[in-house]
Design a protein around this ligand. Structure first.
Ligand code: GRF
Length: 316
């Protein structure tokens, strides 16, 4: 499967960025770092990224309106064809334009156990409060600073005599471990079978009279008074495949689909000529297209009364 392309934004040392870069070296890492960008041309992390052969971009934000500067950064991220953004010590408040452009595709690492201690000086705050544990969090970036849904956290014990610096050093170790793990989960979340089933379920159950049941351990969607119209298959008999099986017109359509795109379409064993298997695990699933398949299949499975009512509703 193609690796997710990630742009990392930094402002300084860039040790979290480096941790992501080295995690991405593993062959089975689901992401690659395609750009390291900074709002500070002096950021030490830029040199490291360049030395590791990663494309870099730097431009000082000074004197440039926030949204305008963020548009430059977005332009660079898009030019690098990155799908995701990882903030790693990026010391700029983000514009609403930026957070909405990357909504659901940008994450940040923060050195506290959120929701405690947003913003700066988190370690001082934890020590002042007399906390027993500090830690770090990775969260989805939203319009509010350090506020989006938390995806992962690591607790770090506070030791007697800890200073903000000694604590920061240990939390940083935890950060380096946490970030790549959470990023890997984040970029693969839509391609996990559970997420695919959820996506399929939402589409299938949106049709009139649709219901779900289990058949031989397989989630299947049917129409009341009619037939089954979509099966979700996952590693059936250990075949390692995640796919949806939908009804089609017959053997000719089946043969044509398989001939045109043999990687995606297959004849499902024991289902006969009027079903086609559509793989969901190739990393490039067009879910609207899957929705069209499910719709056609529902049409073939629905009793004519239900279908006619739906046809009519559809015309308006
Ligand atoms: C880290 O502590 C990170 O959690 C915070 O800024 C620091 C950046 O360090 N957002 P580095 O540049 O990744 O070394």
């Amino acid at each position: 499967m193609a690796k997710a392309r990630v742009a990392v934004l930094i402002s300084g040392r860039g040790s979290n960025m480096a941790a992501l870069v080295y995690a991405a070296r593993r062959e089975d890492c689901p992401f690659e770092i395609v750009l390291v960008a900074s709002n500070d041309p002096e950021a030490a992390g830029l040199k490291l990224a360049a030395a590791e052969g990663i494309q870099t971009f730097a431009k000082s934000h000074k004197g440039i309106p926030r949204a305008e500067f963020d548009a430059v950064i977005t332009g660079e991220i898009k030019r690098a064809k990155a799908d995701f953004v990882a903030l790693a010590g990026y010391m700029r408040l983000l514009s609403a334009e930026f957070t909405s452009a990357w909504a659901g595709r940008a994450i940040n690492i923060h050195p506290s156990l959120l929701p405690r201690y947003k913003g700066l000086h988190t370690h001082e705050a934890a020590l002042m409060a007399g906390d027993k544990v500090a830690g770090c969090s990775v969260h989805i970036v939203t319009a509010e600073l350090d506020d989006g849904p938390v995806l992962g956290q690591t607790e770090v014990a506070i030791l007697p005599g800890d200073t903000p610096e000694t604590l920061a050093d240990r939390v940083l170790i935890a950060e380096h471990q946490l970030y790549s793990r959470v990023l890997a989960d984040f970029v693969t979340r839509d391609s996990r079978p559970e997420a695919m089933l959820e996506n399929l379920r939402e589409r299938a159950l949106a049709f009139p009279a649709a219901y779900e049941k289990l058949s031989h351990g397989m989630p299947v969607f049917g129409v009341e008074g009619g037939k089954m119209f979509a099966y979700f298959t996952r590693d059936h008999h250990g075949d390692g495949i995640t796919a949806v099986l939908v009804k089609i017109s017959g053997i000719e359509e089946q043969a044509m689909l398989i001939e045109n795109d043999p990687a995606r379409y297959y004849r499902p064993a024991y289902f006969g000529d009027s079903w086609i298997g559509v793989r969901l695990d190739l990393g490039d699933t067009d879910w609207d297209h899957i929705g069209d398949w499910v719709r056609k299949s529902w049409m073939l499975a629905a009793p004519s009364k239900v279908r006619k009512a739906f046809d009519l509703a559809d015309e308006f």
